[in-house]
Structure formats: C-alpha cells, structure tokens
Design a protein around this ligand. Structure first.
Ligand SMILES: [Zn+2]
Length: 340
C-alpha cells in the first residue's frame, strides 16, 4: 500500500509499505479516503527539536475513510461504513477518558501523524473506540475536517469560551482553516463576528461566510478597529491562534469579564501580559488543545445540517508537500484536502 512518510525535516517520501494485518480484537481497518491538512502537519514537517518521535513516520493527522474490515468485538461498525478517526491514541481507561475529556487523557501514547504513524496511507488499523461514523449525506472530503478543524473550534468556542447567542466574537485569521470554521459556527448561533485577514480578497470571502466586520490587519490596527466597532466596549470572546503578534492586542479587544480562548501560536510562543489588566478587567484566558470524541460527533452533526467546511484546494496524495507549502505561505482560504 502507499504511505507518505516524513524521513527528515522537510523531506517527505511516498513509499510502498506492507498492508496491515487483519484487524485484531477491538480494532477496525480503515481505507483512508481523504486527509485534511492542519498547522500541526506543518510543525511536524518543519521539525520540532523537542518532539519525541522516531522517523520515518507516516504523516497525516486528520482524515476520513471507509471501514475495510472489522475485528472481533466491534459491534455496531460494518465494512463500507464512512467514518472519521480520533487522532490521538488515548488509553480509554483513565479518569479523563472515562469522563469524556479525551484530550486530557493521562496516558496518551501520541498524536497520529505527528508522534506516531498517521493517516496518509491506504490502510490503517485503529481501536474501534476511536472511530466515529459519518452521518448520511456528508462527503468524506468534508468529514475529514471534523476531527481537528471542526472539533477544535467546537471545543474552543462552546466548551471553553461558553460562547452564547447574541454575543460578539473576534476571530483571528478568518481565512485560516479554523478561522473559517469559527466564523461559520459563531454566525450559526447568532453572534456578531469580527474577523481579521491579511488581504482584501480574503476580506471579501470572509464577508461571504457571514462575518459582520472584516479588518485587514496589514492596513489597520485590529485593536483600534475592534474598539471602534464595539463603541469602546470590546468583544465578549476572542478566538486566538496567532500568538505573539496579536496576543496583547487581543486582550485589549476584550470587554470587562471577557474570555480569550487560544489554541495556537503560529507567529511565536512567548509574550508578556499586564497582570493588573488581567485581574482588574476580570479576563479569562483559556488554553485549548484538541477536542473530545463528543466534539467530533457534534461537528459531524453540524455538517449534516449544512454547516460545511470551506475547501481551499484538493490535491492528490503525491502533492501533499505542495499542500503544505500553500498552507505555510498563508495563501490559503479554508482547508486543504488530500484525496486518495
Ligand atoms: Zn486516558
């Protein structure tokens, strides 16, 4: 079978690997049909000195496929069924896992496609408990965006920031994979959405997604624009993932008692914050990473009701690297899908 492996920093190789054995008890075998690209793929591709992993490693952190075979003790799943997979090898037995807080598993054995072999291959065996059926009518290319892009945003906005109908939210990088999802999810419950983009073409597209106000952060200071748009009050929630370049400005955009939720630091990991401002304004700063199995089900349900991902490009498996370059260049609007 085909498998796309990372053999060294910034070096991918499409290789022919032996197909996996028949699935063991409690496992299913998935025929992968679509992989969606994320910044996590980029971090892995560029190399992270402190990441514990061995190369070569099969890439691909987020995917959808069809069940090819089922092991014993996997009732409820049948060959041919469309599914998505939870991409972290959780233990399934610790307190966090038992309580459905999968992304806080105490014994996680790694993120697939980053620490351990991932989904960019024709066939993969995986524990059946990490597999989630795709509802009828949802295309696999769209479903591939559920486990990370959709579920991460679902977890950030609703579990963590407790975003409610009628509130205002600032979504950074509205053209990014998760930015496009955040705009759509917030608009779907009746929020006022302000978003930032890096060029005017993206501004038009963000408006088409429903954003109420779009700020070009290259020509306008977003902090000032948000304060002006909200009559100096600020927003209820800031959706952060840009990091060093924007974090302090993001805090200035919050209303008293506002919530900032962050899942990334693409522009750099460190900043200083004013603690007086933090407690006097009663801000809540919430870190968020990954999502729960429940969040993936919620995401697929939203897709089934018509809230679909914005697809920037589709590329074949052999062009995975071209997809990563497009993601890295920030020319992207929405998600890049790798098809099989
Ligand atoms: Zn666990």
């Amino acid at each position: 079978m085909r498998a796309l492996t990372l053999v060294a920093d910034r070096k991918l190789e499409l290789v022919d690997l032996a197909s996996p054995a028949a699935p063991a008890a409690g496992e299913v075998q998935i025929a992968v049909k679509a992989v969606a690209l994320n910044h996590l793929d980029l971090w892995g591709y560029r190399g992270m000195a402190f990441a514990k992993r061995k190369m070569p490693v099969v890439v691909g952190v987020e995917a959808a496929g069809e069940i090819a075979a089922v092991g014993s003790g996997t009732s409820g799943l049948r060959p041919g069924e469309p599914v998505v997979m939870y991409g972290a090898l959780t233990c399934g037995t610790c307190k966090a896992c038992r309580e459905g807080r999968d992304n806080l598993c105490e014994n996680v054995a790694g993120i697939m496609g980053f620490h351990v072999d991932g989904f960019a291959r024709d066939l993969v065996n995986i524990p059946a408990r990490l597999v989630i059926p795709v509802p009828a009518g949802v295309k696999l290319g769209d479903a591939a965006c559920a486990p990370i892009a959709f579920a991460t945003v679902q977890h950030m906005l609703f579990d963590n920031a407790k975003l409610e109908s009628g509130e205002s939210v600032l979504v950074h990088a509205g053209g990014s994979g998760i930015g496009t999802v955040a705009i759509k999810m917030a608009k779907a419950i009746g929020c006022t959405v302000i978003t930032t983009v890096g060029d005017d073409a993206k501004a038009e597209k963000a408006k088409e997604l429903g954003a109420d106000h779009v700020i070009n952060y290259r020509t306008d200071r977003f902090e000032g624009a948000v304060r002006k748009l909200t009559g100096k009050k600020g927003v209820d929630v800031v959706f952060e993932h840009v990091g060093a370049e924007t974090f302090n400005g993001s805090l200035l955009c919050l209303k008293r008692g506002g919530r900032l939720v962050t899942c990334g630091a693409t522009s750099g990991p460190s900043t200083t914050i004013n603690l007086m401002q933090l407690f006097q304004q009663q801000y809540r700063i919430i870190g968020s990473f990954g999502a729960s199995m429940r969040n993936i089900r919620e995401s697929l349900a939203k897709m089934a009701s018509g809230l679909l991902p914005v697809i920037d490009t589709e590329v074949p498996l052999a062009d995975f690297e071209r997809g990563l370059e497009r993601l890295e260049s920030r020319r992207v609007f929405g998600k890049i899908i790798v098809t099989f």
